[in-house]
Design a protein around this ligand. Structure first.
Ligand SMILES: [Zn+2]
Length: 332
């Protein structure tokens, strides 16, 4: 058993309380490899933004849980080396799907876990979430739960259709589970294809897809039921068209990829939404940069020569999100 406190990590409690008061949101960025982690920490350190490092079940399988944990520990030290005296870094399990997985992460030094039992019937969601909360809270580890179902694909999490969160359930759910934050479904979606072309309209000038707006009425109703309670948005990549264009220009094939417009996320960040999950955007940045090097310098075979530019582009992306979308810069 390792406590996250020994690793220099923090849980989400104080982060979220400050974010709700201050009208901004904490970035939750997924990572699977060194370059991604370096980019996240560099961006957070340079902007002095609290940050949540997210590890999905798929990432644990890909990178190895022991290695990931030491990487997170290393990230704290790296942040200090970059001049961030008091790094506010949380290590969070994204989409935990069983008590055993959540327990294993708590025991392994995570400071926060998500139990996603949103696909189960309501009472089963409550029972499983409460079991995780009861375990995690013994070690001051915070727990995110989910009500409602997001569409899209993220690692092993997938659903064809979304079901908005029912505002009339949230008080009962939060009270009975004791969860620290709640992921809700208001129209965000996992992956780089958040909407089908049929769900969108097309901008007549650019020919680009324009997605339907988020259901802010559902968010408002949830906030009315649970004033001041931390709300989380998953699937909140904006799928920047510049990266999609770069990928397509250099031999990729991502037709009609579409995300959540940043102005909608900006609006959400000012509310009780205090954690916004962004994963696909960094995958797109990484891929765009690598494809560009491969296309322009076909003789290059040193991974540092294409992973380096990928890291730079991700750093730029993360800083942009922190400063221009979430407003969390200068808050840590
Ligand atoms: Zn998610």
């Amino acid at each position: 058993m390792v406590s996250y406190k020994e690793l220099g990590l923090v849980n989400t409690r104080e982060m979220f309380a400050k974010a709700i008061k201050g009208g901004y949101a904490i970035p939750a960025f997924n990572f699977n490899n060194m370059e991604q982690l370096q980019a996240i920490i560099k961006a957070a350190a340079e902007t002095k933004s609290p940050v949540i490092l997210q590890v999905s079940k798929g990432a644990r399988n890909y990178a190895n849980q022991t290695l990931l944990r030491y990487m997170a520990q290393g990230a704290v030290e790296y942040a200090k080396e970059l001049g961030w005296e008091n790094p506010q870094i949380c290590l969070h399990l994204d989409h935990g799907d069983s008590f055993e997985l959540c327990k294993s992460c708590v025991d392994f030094g995570f400071s926060s876990v998500m139990i996603d039992a949103s696909s189960l019937p309501y009472e089963e969601n409550i029972a499983l979430t409460k079991k995780v909360v009861d375990y995690a809270h013994q070690f001051d580890v915070t727990v995110e739960a989910e009500l409602g179902v997001l569409a899209g694909v993220e690692d092993e999490v997938s659903s064809a259709v979304s079901h908005y969160t029912k505002p009339e359930e949230v008080v009962d759910f939060a009270t009975r589970t004791g969860c620290d934050s709640l992921a809700i479904s208001i129209g965000t979606s996992h992956g780089a294809y958040k909407f089908t072309p049929e769900q969108c309209t097309r901008d007549p000038k650019t020919g680009r897809l324009v997605p339907p707006p988020l259901a802010f009425d559902v968010l408002d109703a949830v906030m009315e039921q649970l004033p001041g309670f931390p709300i989380v948005l998953h699937g909140s990549s904006s799928v920047p068209q510049e990266y999609v264009d770069m990928i397509n220009q250099y031999g990729g094939k991502l037709p009609d990829a579409v995300g959540i417009p940043e102005e909608q996320l900006r609006k959400a960040a000012k509310s009780a939404v205090c954690k916004i999950n962004i994963d696909s955007d960094s995958r797109l940045a990484f891929t765009a940069a690598v494809r560009k090097v491969f296309a322009e310098k076909p003789a290059e075979f040193d991974p540092r020569k294409y992973c380096g530019p990928a890291r730079d582009l991700m750093t730029e992306l993360y800083k942009h999100k922190i400063i221009n979308v979430l407003g969390s810069d200068g808050k840590a």
